[in-house]
Design a protein around this ligand. Structure first.
Ligand SMILES: [Fe+2]
Length: 449
C-alpha cells in the first residue's frame, strides 16, 4: 500500500512539472484581478498561502502547500518598525507529492498592520500585509458554494471551467470586500470546489488540485482570513483539511475533510458544523461543549452547508429532512441567533423561527431619506436562517415550486450573491447583494438583542 502511494506521489510530481509551463501565468500577473479569457489559472496557485481565523481574534491560522518539508513550518510576522516574531507549526507529508504546512500566530492586537512571510521550500516568501480590524464592532462577508470547477461540464475543458469560476470567485470577493470596507474575515458556506481528490485516480487528483488553484487564486485570501463550512462536494476531499487550518478542530461530526470546529471573534461564537455527517448526537456534543466554554459570548452564529429551510430542490432530500427535524431544537437550546447555509444555490431568508413557529415580533421600516426597507427583529427570540446563492454562478438550481411557509424572502435569479454582516454589541446588520450591480436582493435585516 505504502509503495503504491509512493509511486502515485512520484507520478503526480512528474505531472505537475510537465503541466506547470502549460498552465502558468507570469508572476507579474499572479496577484492581480484575473482578466478572464486572457490569462490562465496556474497550478502555481495550488501552493498559495491561505489565512483562516484563529481560535479567537488575537490569533490567526495559516496553511500552505510546499514540495519539500524542513521538519517544521515557519511564519515570521512583525509590526511595521518592530522586531519580527517567528512561529513554528506542523509540516506533514500528505502523500500526493505535497507537504501541508500549518502555523498559528498569537498575540495580535486590534487595528494594527502586520507584515508576514512564510517559508516555502527553503525560501521566505515576499512580505505580505495583514491588517487586524476592530475586535468589537466589525464586519464579515458571507457567501456560499463557489464550487470552483462546476462550470466545467458546460465548457470545452476542466481548465476552461476552472478559469471561468475562478474569475467569478475573484470578482465576488473583490466586490464584497469593497462593499464591506475591510471585513475581518470571510465565511463560506461550503462546496469550495467541485471534484474530490482521489490518490488512486490521478485524473481526479489533478482536477481537484486545479480547482483548489482556482479557489486560492484571489490575492485577497493572502490578506483576509476565510472560514469554510464542509460541503457535500468537500466532505471526502483530503485537499480540504490539508489546505485549511481550522481552529478548535474536533473529531466530532467527522468526514475525510474534517470535523466540527469553532472560533470566537469579539463578542461572537462561530460554530461550523459538518452536516455531511448525520450523527446528530456528535453535533449536539460539539455545540454544547463549545457554548459551555464560551458562556460570555453575546452572539452565536452557526454555519453549515445543508440549508434545512432553503428554497431549492434539496428541500425533500433524505439528509435535509433528518437535519430539519433534529438540528433546530439543538440550535434553539443553545440560543443560536443566526444560521448561515448553502447547498441550494438560491438565496433565501426565513422569519425568526422557534419550535417550528414563525416569531412575528419584528417590524418592517423604511430608513429615513431612503427607499431602503429594514426588517427589525426585536428582542431576538428565534433563529434567522440565511442560505447563500451560488457565489460564482458555477451552477444554479431551480426554485422549489412550493415556497416554504418559513421563508420570508427568496431570490432565485441566476446571479451570484454575497452577504455583508456587521456585528455590534447590541445588534447584527445584514444586507445581501447581487454581484452584477451590487443591489440588495432583500430588505436589510437588523437583529437586536
Ligand atoms: Fe453546491
Amino acid at each position: 500500500m505504502k509503495n503504491k502511494r509512493k509511486i502515485i506521489s512520484i507520478l503526480l510530481s512528474i505531472i505537475i512539472i510537465i503541466f506547470f509551463p502549460v498552465l502558468s501565468i507570469s508572476k507579474e500577473n499572479k496577484n492581480c484581478f484575473l482578466n478572464y479569457g486572457k490569462e490562465q489559472i496556474s497550478l502555481e496557485y495550488f501552493s498559495e498561502i491561505c489565512l483562516t481565523p484563529g481560535e479567537n481574534e488575537s490569533m490567526l491560522n495559516f496553511s500552505w502547500y510546499s514540495k519539500y518539508s524542513h521538519g517544521t513550518s515557519k511564519i515570521k510576522i512583525w509590526e511595521k518598525g518592530a522586531k519580527e516574531r517567528i512561529f513554528e507549526g506542523e509540516s506533514i507529508d500528505i502523500g500526493n507529492g505535497f507537504i501541508s504546512n500549518k502555523v498559528t500566530v498569537t498575540n495580535l492586537k486590534a487595528n494594527t498592520t502586520y507584515i508576514y512571510s512564510y517559508e516555502c521550500d527553503g525560501l521566505w516568501s515576499q512580505p505580505l500585509e495583514y491588517k487586524t480590524q476592530d475586535f468589537q464592532n466589525y464586519t464579515f462577508v458571507f457567501m456560499a458554494d463557489p464550487q470552483i470547477g462546476a462550470s466545467s461540464k458546460k465548457m470545452k475543458s476542466n481548465e476552461d471551467g476552472v478559469e471561468k469560476d475562478a474569475y467569478n470567485w475573484n470578482k465576488v470577493i473583490k466586490k464584497s470586500v469593497d462593499k464591506s470596507n475591510n471585513p475581518s474575515f470571510i465565511v463560506c458556506g461550503g462546496d469550495v470546489t467541485n471534484a474530490t481528490e482521489d490518490s488512486y485516480d490521478l485524473s481526479k487528483t489533478y482536477k481537484s488540485n486545479l480547482e483548489y488553484s482556482g479557489f486560492l487564486s484571489p490575492s485577497y485570501l493572502r490578506h483576509i482570513p476565510i472560514a469554510n463550512a464542509i460541503g457535500n462536494h468537500d466532505k471526502d476531499n483530503e485537499n480540504f483539511c490539508n489546505h485549511f487550518n481550522m481552529p478548535n478542530l474536533t473529531n466530532l461530526g467527522e468526514t475525510i475533510a474534517g470535523g466540527d470546529y469553532y472560533f470566537t471573534y469579539g463578542n461572537t461564537l462561530y460554530l461550523f458544523v459538518n452536516t455531511n455527517n448525520l450523527n446528530i448526537s456528535q453535533h449536539k456534543k460539539f455545540i454544547d461543549e463549545a457554548v459551555e466554554e464560551n458562556k460570555d459570548m453575546k452572539w452565536k452564529v452557526a454555519v453549515f452547508h445543508h440549508d434545512i429551510y432553503g428554497g431549492g430542490q434539496h428541500e425533500d432530500d433524505k439528509d435535509i429532512k433528518i437535519l430539519r427535524s433534529e438540528m433546530p431544537p439543538i440550535l434553539e437550546d443553545s440560543k443560536i441567533d443566526l444560521v448561515l447555509c448553502g447547498h441550494d444555490h438560491i438565496y433565501s431568508r426565513t422569519y425568526p423561527l422557534k419550535n417550528n413557529e414563525k416569531i412575528m415580533d419584528f417590524t418592517v421600516e423604511r430608513l429615513e431619506n431612503s427607499k431602503e426597507k429594514v426588517d427589525i427583529i426585536k428582542n431576538n427570540e428565534g433563529i434567522t436562517y440565511i442560505t447563500g446563492s451560488s457565489s460564482t454562478g458555477s451552477k444554479f438550481y431551480k426554485q422549489d415550486k412550493n415556497k416554504s411557509k418559513y421563508i420570508k424572502k427568496i431570490y432565485s435569479e441566476e446571479i451570484p450573491t454575497y452577504t455583508v454582516i456587521e456585528i455590534k454589541q447590541d445588534l447584527i446588520n445584514i444586507i445581501t447583494y447581487e454581484v452584477n450591480r451590487d443591489k440588495p436582493v432583500d430588505n436589510k435585516i437588523i437583529i437586536q438583542k
